[in-house]
Design a protein. Sequence first.
Length: 168
Amino acid sequence: MTLDNMDKALINLLSIDGRMPTGEIANRLDVTNPTVRTRMRALISSGVLKIAGLVDLFKIENLTIALVAMNIEKHQQLDQKLQQISDLNLVHWAAIVTGRYDILAEVISSNGMTGLYRFLTVEIPKVGGILSSESFMIMKAKRKWVLLPERLRDWRNDAGRSAKGNKK
């Protein structure tokens, strides 16, 4: 999708405040409210824009975040391996990269080092075709606002069950 200046301005405003009312956006962009809603619907349906709550993963206890760099056996399988790796349970995102490695993945574990160890020793070998990997624990980061990874969203259910269990 090609973005025009109004789309870019709309995305910019929503990047500052994803909860900004459409009326305020319309005023700032000097357009009508229906224009803003139509543009937002088009951007969302095209997959260019997603409006969601972001979290600072470093302010949530018990999350371990690492970058895992991998080299694969056959470069003809880059797209296939990227898909397989991105489908793994702890992978937040994965990308084909230039440089020393073929694929880089951000891994987020709610089980600390145990979860990361399992990912490296059980999950990656299941993919097959990975020659080597190197992991980099992220100890601290700034401006690391992300969507709570879908695969970690069940952590609230675990917390809810334990909270209910504590009340008994």
